[in-house]
Design a protein around this ligand. Structure first.
Ligand SMILES: *Cc1c(COP(=O)(O)O)cnc(C)c1O
Length: 388
């Protein structure tokens, strides 16, 4: 007990203590947090679909037909026609032979990495990969070799050192805290030369990047060159769940091997119907993602011009680097007092000394919202002496 309270105290002293913010309204561009109306620039519901009427209706229709819960794991009684339909549609969307739906993106990464590899394998993993990839690597018992963030020289060098082992290169497509895109053309080339598999976690790019919104492989014209594409149903697709898309034999294998797929109750019919409807909207309304990306570029440029250190990103994730954890928290707090929610992201989620505000735009934010937020960020930035 003493150890735990001491550790907790240390977390608090370092400005790293985490608490909930409770929402009491829907997650649109505006919401209500702890009783206060705010402009929300923190959601991963990039296309604003969380509050879309068509998705709500799809969920209600599925619940009326199939009930609320799934009643079992996918391999017992939890597979509905809807699951099959969604997996077929996801495979088409990603340009792969098959797909397998997991309950979360986290579980998809865990299941795919641990299912596929064992102690004979080598996994090459970008140092800024998502925690679910890191945990998958740890659980897999494979040798994990971490390469410097998007550093292809470092990757090539490390791949050379482990020639001859069965191996896989795993990367985020879009890095969640930096908003930058992995250099997939180079990764694919290194993998091909060295007979390695490739896996891309496209949680943030699914529904956003590429001509049809299918993600970073499409963005680079490499749809058929990535072996394993992971995506979430929880961000642009506005519901919850994750999936793996790949060759059919790989999907069959994971259905039999991935423990985070096998030993859990299936996603409920309502949420599967939401994902199906979201995919349909993404297909039919490309202007949503195009408009979002244009707005994000504009805001990023404005913030840089004002003097903030903003990481350059081609995505709706706009990281404003503050540095010190406590200062980042103070910035976020003052924004909240002004009716704007942008969270501070601190270690261990990001490296020491790179605490930041992580601003995310939604397709449904108006130019008025964006201009207002820009003005307030500038005011507070001056007050806290982050810009002059
Ligand atoms: C959010 C996220 C996940 C996890 O997805 P969930 O559906 O939230 O479990 C995995 N990888 C990356 C890069 C993410 O950003």
């Amino acid at each position: 007990m003493e150890r735990i309270t001491a550790a907790l105290q240390e977390i608090k002293e370092k400005g790293l203590y985490r608490e909930f913010k409770y929402l009491s309204a829907a997650q649109g561009p505006h919401t209500v947090i702890d009783g206060k109306k705010v402009i929300l620039m923190a959601s991963n519901s990039y296309l604003g679909l969380c509050v879309d009427k068509r998705l709500k209706e799809a969920a209600i229709a599925a619940i009326n037909r199939y009930g609320v819960g799934s009643g079992g794991s996918r391999l017992t009684t939890g597979s509905y026609e809807l699951h099959r339909e969604l997996e077929k549609k996801l495979a088409q969307f990603k340009g792969m032979e098959g797909a397998l739906v997991f309950n979360t993106g986290y579980m998809a990464n865990l299941g795919a990495i641990t299912g596929l590899t064992d102690k004979d394998w080598v996994i090459f993993s970008d140092e800024l990969n998502h925690a679910s990839i890191i945990d998958g690597c740890r659980l897999s018992r494979a040798r994990t070799i971490v390469y410097k963030h998007c550093d292809m020289g470092d990757l090539a060098k490390k791949v050379k050192e482990y020639k001859g082992y069965p191996g896989i290169i795993v990367t985020d497509g879009v890095f969640s805290m930096d908003g930058d895109i992995a250099p997939l053309p180079e990764i694919v080339e290194i993998a091909a030369k060295n007979n390695l598999l490739t896996m891309v976690d496209d949680a943030h790019a699914t529904g956003i990047l590429g001509k049809t919104g299918s993600g970073t492989p499409e963005y680079f014209g490499l749809k058929d060159k990535i072996d394993i594409q992971m995506g979430t149903l929880s961000k642009a697709l506005a519901g919850e769940g994750g999936f793996i898309a790949g060759k059919q034999y790989l999907i069959d294998f994971l259905r039999n091997k991935a423990r985070s797929f096998i030993y859990t109750t299936a996603l409920s019919p309502g949420i599967i119907a939401v994902a199906l409807k979201a995919l349909e909207i993404i297909e039919k309304e490309p202007e949503k993602r195009k408009g979002l990306l244009i707005k994000a570029q504009w805001l990023q440029n404005r913030l840089q011009k004002i003097g903030f250190q903003v990481l350059t990103s081609q995505t709706p994730i706009i990281p404003i680097i503050i540095g010190d954890a406590e200062k980042a928290v103070e910035f976020s707090k003052q924004l909240l007092e002004e009716g704007i929610f942008i969270p501070a992201i601190r270690p261990p989620t990001v490296p020491q000394g790179t605490s930041r505000l992580r601003l995310t735009l939604m397709a449904t934010h108006s130019l008025e919202d964006i201009n207002h937020v820009l003005t307030k960020i500038q005011e507070i930035g001056k007050k806290l002496k982050i810009i002059s």
